[in-house]
Design a protein around this ligand. Sequence first.
Ligand SMILES: C[S@@+](CC[C@H](N)C(=O)[O-])C[C@H]1O[C@@H](n2cnc3c(N)ncnc32)[C@H](O)[C@@H]1O
Length: 251
Amino acid sequence: MSDDDKTGPEGGSGQRMRRQRRRARGSSGRGGGDGTRLKRAKGRTESSKRWLERQLSDPYVAAAQREGYRARAAYKLREIDDKHRVLTPGARVVDLGAAPGSWCQVALERIGDQGRVVGIDLLEVTPLVGVTLLQGDMTDPGTPERVQVALDGPADVVLSDMAPNMTGQKRIDQLRVIATVEAALAFAEQVLSPGGSFLAKTLQSGSAQDLLARLKRDFAKVRHVKPPASRAESAETYVLATGFRGVPSDD
Ligand SMILES: C[S@@+](CC[C@H](N)C(=O)[O-])C[C@H]1O[C@@H](n2cnc3c(N)ncnc32)[C@H](O)[C@@H]1O
């Protein structure tokens, strides 16, 4: 995941965030206030200084810490679902690229006791009560079967907040993101039940034409959504496809 989204220990940055919170409150016990922040920032790179300042002033980071979400990304899913209502009570949900687990937390809240959430990530995810967490690569041929066993049937919703490793080279990164969405879609085609929904992180530059065509072939409705919690300066957006038409016959 991007460092932008991490908020706490489960995000692997707990100590760092606790230090940041103390600094933000000026309660480091070593002077505090802006002087301390600037002094400590000396050894940092410009981009890590910018990251730190942004985290300290981000209301979503503060809200995630207050409300117990593992990442600020929780609010992206909450905002999308508030508007489009894909996480319905009793739904079976797959979360691809689940670490550190904030989307699983939101999914679980929304689907209630009768639903199921299965999260999968390359990384180990700290256990979450009520969620089945699998470690592995979602592109492995055996993963759809593994997930359906854990779900005890087909899925109603496939979520993907997966992010490939970025190179900083725009065109290469675009291609990597598209390949990641394509992999998530191929997975969804294997596990979704008819009428199901697919939500995946992509880029504002838009999905590639053939990917978009495939989405439109497979789903009744396809739209791009950018929730307020997704930073305006970030190129990310989400593609939401609803009304899965069933297993395509020619794939
Ligand atoms: C932005 S983070 C997800 C954050 C998560 N939605 C949350 O709210 O906590 C993206 C995750 O995708 C995972 N990922 C990327 N490619 C993957 C793959 N092929 N299989 C499984 N997980 C993958 C990464 O390990 C990373 O943890």
